[in-house]
Design a protein around this ligand. Structure first.
Ligand code: BMA
Length: 864
């Protein structure tokens, strides 16, 4: 870090006694072309061939593109590709440099990401030894370059050996048992996770470029939001300007919304080194940025120029959404609150945890970012947690979150493992977090920075509780230094308006009791602890950041990585290779038997696993919403996948919606009706996330599975803003097992209408799901075309649960799926598809819960 100066703002042009700077504008040339790679020979006698390589990219993808390895995701290929992590790899390209380039004062090589340990050579002179995948590397190479052709080479030693070398230098490593791999900063999920394969890769994984500049370079522009209200936004435009020498300069900021433009100009006196230049701006009646469901997402644009004399030295763009953000943590009757207040509104956080989109991040496309994040928005989510075991995402990812109004809980990239306590490591962390906060802080979507994923918990895992006292003291001090010292300080200095939280989960070091709840929670008794789903209803966290249950992806996704013989059972070797949680498939099977029974075949198992997952998470999500304001956020584990696998996700690797994603759309609806059996009665709750009272009509019907209404209650409601309460309460004794009704043959359905339109509908059962005597499905389906869209009308004389429509190999984007069909009440599903009506009709399959468990000999009665 260069020296930092706070620049005095000057009110008049032309600073006396300070010379004017001169020079040319900064230029950047992409270095993403002409790369080749090879494995470094293990002995000098073996010549290893060079092959074309992609930058940004990684060695696995380069090997794949050159057909040197098979598809890493196919069948059990993962196991055959583990040698790659033990090899050393070399990349090279030729850099043509003109004499003019070398006339510039600064000629810098910039790597936005090197994964991870890497030595960089220019014309065989080493210019850089990098050791962190999570930061930019910038080095002046003017002295090493010559006019004409230059060779740029990057050597990646095996990441396994690189980490061993660093770990060997820490005398505490054998005592703290810190995992060797954590000694180099590299995405933790590359080493395998309980949903991800192990592909420890190497490569130039983010863009590279060559930059020339003379007088000054703008390093970063921060739109520092000092005070934001509906009336006025006070912001500081803060630019880090790196100057070659002392001198006068003019800073111009042009800013506005939707093409409007205002200018603000300041004359500044720069010093050689890093200058922190501050230009205050006030925006009258600003248009504020809101989370999805609360208002619009306007983005202001800022264009910053630094001029010296008549010439432009550098210019930079920044974008920001103006919003105030507070993490409210007040003492109350349940402990200490944990709620996000955006522009003065307490916002209930609804969403899922996000993991990397691919095991090989450089191939993630804009279309994938959009598809996954729009799926989140379409499922009524307003928040995601960007989990700490992967990597910091691209600007594009956060731009889309800004645009869609999806708030981001941003972990720093420390996943589970105990982190080294060496001085070098701490310095490394400080550089990384400062770089990342600076890079990302203008995104209005980032509403909280959080130190790590579960590292605080790991202090008690793996026998650490039994470690000698001096080791534990030392470890805890190191932990606090990093997560409540270095990172907390960096966030407070570089992005003071955004809250910081030490870990997920954490109670901020306060002791918790059932009466005193504070902070965020990860609930894993369901799934890892194999307890029933209703365990969720015994937990009252102030904010939930993880809870989840696995399912299989749909058949088309399974077909992408299997041969027919792999698809005979969920326990074939290939199906097990695509299940990364030890015991995972048997946990699913165990719950399946507990809740439903044995599915009749493989296809039915896939389907039923999705229904099981969706019904389970629904119990947790609705409970958390019902207990608002005691709980102010529910984030389930997990939204997406990084490869085709059985996992906790609600979208599979190809972005296909599992049942849970459709269920989420319903259980995250802004107005939710949630009938619930509690204390011997049926209580029908209505939960509102609205900011104004809503007039609505609530109806509850108790009916038998053939549709005979046994009891009906109705009420006109005025639902307060941001509220949850039961409006109808009926003792079970009044209708369950009375007058000869068998609890296994009845159910309750509650629906909520606003202005005559149904906004939420929900079913409740009075016996465990397995005992509900579902009649055989007899579903009538009528498919018609309506312009570019299709309409499918479904009906059934008896209750049909989780009715799933699919079209084999044909793509379709549904408004809804996995719907419950009430007896005699048709439902309509809209969808779009590139296929023709005839193709769709020929391929339509309809599955419902009753059918999934029918004896294998039975045939589907679904009609087309
Ligand atoms: C939590 C997460 C992940 C993990 C998930 C499921 O621990 O933070 O590390 O994948 O549970 O086990």
């Amino acid at each position: 870090m260069g020296r930092r100066w706070i620049v005095l703002l000057m009110s008049c042009v032309g600073l006396l006694g300070v010379s004017s700077l001169w020079g040319q504008q900064r230029r950047s040339t992409d270095l993403n072309n002409g790369w080749e790679f090879r494995q470094l020979a293990t002995d000098a006698t073996t010549a290893v061939e060079w092959h074309p390589a992609k930058v940004p990219g990684d060695v696995h993808l380069d090997l794949l593109d050159n057909k040197l390895i098979p598809d890493p995701f196919y069948r059990d290929n993962e196991a055959k590709l583990q040698w790659i992590e033990n090899a050393d790899w070399e990349y090279r390209t030729t850099l043509q440099v003109s004499p003019e380039t070398l006339n510039h004062q600064h000629v810098e090589l910039v790597f936005e990401g090197l994964d991870s340990a890497a030595d960089v050579y220019v014309n065989d002179q080493k210019v850089l030894a990098a050791d962190n995948a999570f930061r930019e590397w910038r080095v002046d190479v003017k002295a090493q370059l010559k006019a004409g052709a230059n060779q740029l080479r990057v050597v990646f030693p095996s990441p396994i050996e690189a980490a061993e070398k660093v770990a060997a230098k820490d005398p505490w490593q054998s005592r703290t048992k810190t995992d060797v791999k954590t000694y180099i900063r590299k995405p933790a999920y590359e080493y395998g996770w309980d949903w991800g394969p192990r592909f420890v890769t190497s490569g130039i994984w983010r863009p590279a470029h060559l930059e020339t500049w003379d007088t000054a370079r703008i390093d970063n522009v921060y739109i520092h939001q000092l005070d934001i209200s509906q009336q006025l936004a006070r912001v500081n435009v803060e630019a880090n300007v790196i100057a070659s020498q002392d001198g006068a300069a003019k800073l111009t900021v042009s800013y506005g919304l939707n093409g409007e433009k205002k200018d603000a100009v300041q004359n500044v006196s720069l010093h050689a080194g890093t200058n922190h230049v501050v230009l205050p701006i006030e925006i009258d009646k600003p248009q504020l940025w809101y989370p999805a469901g609360y208002g619009a997402q306007p983005i202001y644009h800022f264009h910053v120029q630094v001029n010296s004399g008549k010439s432009l030295a550098d210019e930079a763009d920044a974008k920001a959404g103006l919003r105030s953000i507070v993490l409210r943590r007040d003492l109350d009757q349940w402990g200490r609150s944990f709620e996000f207040i955006v522009n003065g509104i307490p916002v209930y956080g609804k969403g899922a945890d996000v993991i990397p989109f691919d095991s090989f991040p450089s191939r993630v496309t804009t279309a994938q970012y959009r598809q996954v994040l729009e799926s989140a928005r379409d499922a009524n989510m307003n928040m995601i947690r960007h989990w700490g075991g992967g990597y910091y995402e691209t600007q594009e990812f956060y731009d889309i979150c800004d645009e869609l109004g999806i708030m981001v809980w941003q972990d720093f990239m420390f996943g589970n493992d105990w982190q080294p306590g060496t001085y070098d490591f701490k310095q490394q962390v400080e550089k990384e977090v400062r770089y990342q906060i600076t890079r990302l802080r203008n995104h209005p979507s980032i509403v909280i920075w959080s130190g790590n994923n579960e590292t605080e918990l790991t202090f008690h895992w793996g026998g650490r509780d039994q470690m000698p006292a001096d080791v534990r003291v030392r470890m805890w001090q190191d932990y606090l230094t990093v997560f409540s010292g270095i990172i907390a300080r960096s966030a407070a200095e570089l992005n003071p308006e955004t809250p910081y939280w030490p870990s997920s989960p954490s109670s901020d070091y306060e002791e918790l009791t059932p009466e005193y709840q504070s902070g965020d929670m990860h609930e894993w008794n369901v799934w890892h602890g194999r307890v029933n789903f209703d365990e969720y209803e015994t937990q009252f966290p102030r904010f939930m950041t993880e809870y989840g249950f696995q399912s299989f992806p749909e058949m088309r996704t399974i077909e992408a990585f299997t041969k027919p013989e792999d698809r005979t059972s969920i326990f074939t070797p290939v199906m097990l290779a695509h299940q990364k949680n030890n015991e995972g498939n048997s946990i699913i099977h165990d719950y399946m038997l507990r809740y439903y029974g044995e599915p009749k075949d493989f296809a039915s198992f896939l389907y039923a696993s999705q229904v099981l997952q969706a019904e389970g998470i629904k119990i947790g999500a609705e409970h958390l919403r019902r207990i608002r304001p005691r709980n102010m956020g529910g984030i389930y584990w997990q939204l997406n996948d990084c490869w085709p696998v059985a996992s906790w996700s609600s979208l599979d690797y190809y972005g296909r919606w599992k049942a849970l994603q459709y269920y989420a759309k319903r259980f995250y609806a802004p107005l939710l009706v949630s009938p619930h059996v509690e204390d011997g009665k049926l209580a029908v709750y209505v939960v509102s996330d609205k900011t104004a009272p809503t007039t609505a009509h609530l109806r509850l019907r108790i009916m038998d599975l053939e549709g005979k209404v046994l009891r009906q209650e109705q009420q006109d409601l005025s639902i307060p803003a941001g509220s949850s309460k039961p409006y109808i309460e009926i003792p079970l004794s009044e209708f369950v097992n009375t007058n000869g009704t068998d609890a296994a043959t009845i159910f309750g359905v509650a629906d909520l209408q606003v202005n005559g339109k149904q906004v939420s509908s929900n079913i409740v059962y009075f016996v465990p799901t397995k005992l509900v005597q579902l009649p055989k499905a007899n579903i009538a389906a009528d498919l018609t075309q309506n312009g570019n869209a299709y309409v499918l009308r479904l009906s059934s004389r008896a209750l049909a649960r989780s009715v799933y429509v699919s079209f084999g190999e044909l793509d379709a984007k549904f408004s809804d799926n996995y719907v419950d069909l009430l007896p005699g009440e048709p439902a309509e599903i809209q969808f779009t598809s590139p296929a023709t009506l005839d193709q769709l009709k020929a391929n339509m399959k309809i599955m419902s819960l009753a059918e999934a468990f029918a004896p294998p000999s039975s045939t589907s009665e679904a009609t087309k």
